[in-house]
Design a protein around this ligand. Structure first.
Ligand SMILES: Cc1ncc(COP(=O)(O)O)c(C=O)c1O
Length: 418
């Protein structure tokens, strides 16, 4: 059979690779803590689980549900936006529930792009930001995202180089994996930029609730005129530890929400209704819960950063997300993050490892490695850093466990330009 067109353009999913490495290491009897994936491990609040159980016992909730989300749920998300950000949204035309942010992004790209349409996407980024464009047959244009870089300068350059003109800009702040955080003025500039370049904007707000040290991330929809140019996705995954439940929202521009609703009506029947009901209760009654989650992540962040500091690996303390974006110590930077991550594996560590790497091996369980040597290939100008997810990192640092390799860099099927 010939190779399938779309599958050829999709390299194995990064987390699939990590899981494979993990399984093999575990089979060798190694003790591992996985820092590869930002997979919340704290459990959903008990009263939300109780509501799910109650709703699941009602046969009326076993039918197909509403693809765009039940009315009460859409009303709850608009209330959530009003209470938190002072943003007014119409639950009928400006809010839609999606299976998760990941699926929402993939469906949205299919809904709004036509083959060949350009999309500007920061690099590195959460994989579906770029691969939603690839799957929709769009033209992926990377915008290098270095923490010390001039993002707007690079964005301007990428938009200028794109021909035909790009139609879509996908952003996400606080940013996975670089942990870059922005203020409201940044989003106002994004709105102006989108107007000037006739771009639609998609902002993935997955880390809306994971912030520290007095910083509070703004919603893109708070920016003046944001609804005229784009939408924002908010997910229950990180804020309420509901990763496996699968529920998110896409809110903002009515034309984009309408397009997403249309494509979703063909592709899915909506999230299992008891999950929608439990989520409605969550949004209405548990708005403070994410604060508790944050305290845990903050203590883990501090444990990891303090632990790395002690062994001489000084890393910036992130103000948002569940990740740490760690520059590789200078003597090893030339190796690239992938090679350094490999060296962190004890069984492969012969001859004896250099001091920093040896020390790190005792501190970190696994590393995500979006930068590094292979990352410097076209379309992957990663800044040669490694990042670990804070959720297990703190535990690893505290327990002094052995290290494991994490996420390998992936290359877009069609390298971005600009
Ligand atoms: C930036 C970003 N967006 C979306 C997601 C996934 O969200 P969901 O579980 O709602 O699909 C993640 C998960 O790590 C993420 O980092």
């Amino acid at each position: 059979m010939d190779e399938f067109y779309r599958i050829k353009r999709l390299p194995p999913y990064v987390f699939g690779i990590v899981n494979d490495l993990k399984t093999k290491a575990r089979a060798r009897g190694e003790d591992i803590i996985d820092l590869g994936m930002g997979n919340p491990d704290l459990g959903t609040p008990k009263h939300i689980v109780a509501k799910l159980i109650q709703a699941a016992q009602n046969p009326k909730n076993h039918r197909y549900s509403a693809s765009r989300g039940i009315t009460r749920l859409r009303v709850a998300i608009t209330k959530w936006y009003r209470d938190r950000y002072g943003v007014e949204l119409d639950p009928e035309s400006e809010a839609i529930a999606t299976i998760g942010a990941k699926e929402g992004l993939a469906h949205l790209a299919l809904a709004v792009l036509q083959p060949g349409d350009g999309a500007l996407v920061p690099n590195p980024t959460y994989p579906i930001h770029s691969y939603s464009v690839v799957i929709a047959d769009g033209d992926l244009r990377s915008v290098p995202m270095t923490p010390d870089g001039d993002f707007f300068g690079r964005l301007e350059e990428a938009a200028k180089l794109a021909w035909p003109k790009a139609k879509l800009l996908i952003l996400s702040f606080p940013h996975n994996p670089t942990t870059t955080c922005v203020d409201l003025a940044f989003f106002e500039r994004v709105v102006d930029f989108a107007r000037a370049h006739r771009l639609m904007v998609v902002h993935d707000f997955a880390y809306a609730d994971l912030f520290y040290d007095g910083y509070q991330p703004p919603s893109f929809l708070q920016a003046r005129g944001a609804k005229d140019v784009g939408v924002e996705l908010f997910s229950l995954t990180k804020s309420y530890n509901m990763a496996g439940w699968r529920l998110a929202f896409c809110c903002g521009n009515p034309a984009m929400v309408h397009a997403l609703a249309r494509i979703k009506s063909y592709l899915d029947y909506g999230v299992f209704q008891p999950i929608q009901i439990a989520t409605t209760v969550t949004l209405n009654e548990a708005q403070d819960y994410p604060k508790q989650v944050n305290e845990t992540y903050q203590s883990r962040r501090d444990a990891l950063c303090d632990g790395l500091e002690r062994i001489g690996w000084s890393v910036p303390r992130p103000k948002g997300t569940m990740f740490v974006w760690a520059p590789i110590p200078e003597p090893y930077r030339h190796l690239g993050s992938l090679e350094v991550a490999k060296k962190l594996q004890p069984p492969l560590a012969k001859p004896r490892l250099p001091a920093e790497v040896e020390g790190c091996r005792r501190q970190v369980a696994a590393l995500r490695c979006p930068g590094g040597r292979s990352a410097r290939k076209p379309g992957f100008p990663g800044p040669g850093r490694t990042a670990g997810s804070v959720n297990a990192a703190g535990r690893a640092a505290l327990r002094g466990r052995t290290t494991r390799p994490g996420r390998r860099p992936h290359r877009p099927a069609r390298p971005g330009r600009g």
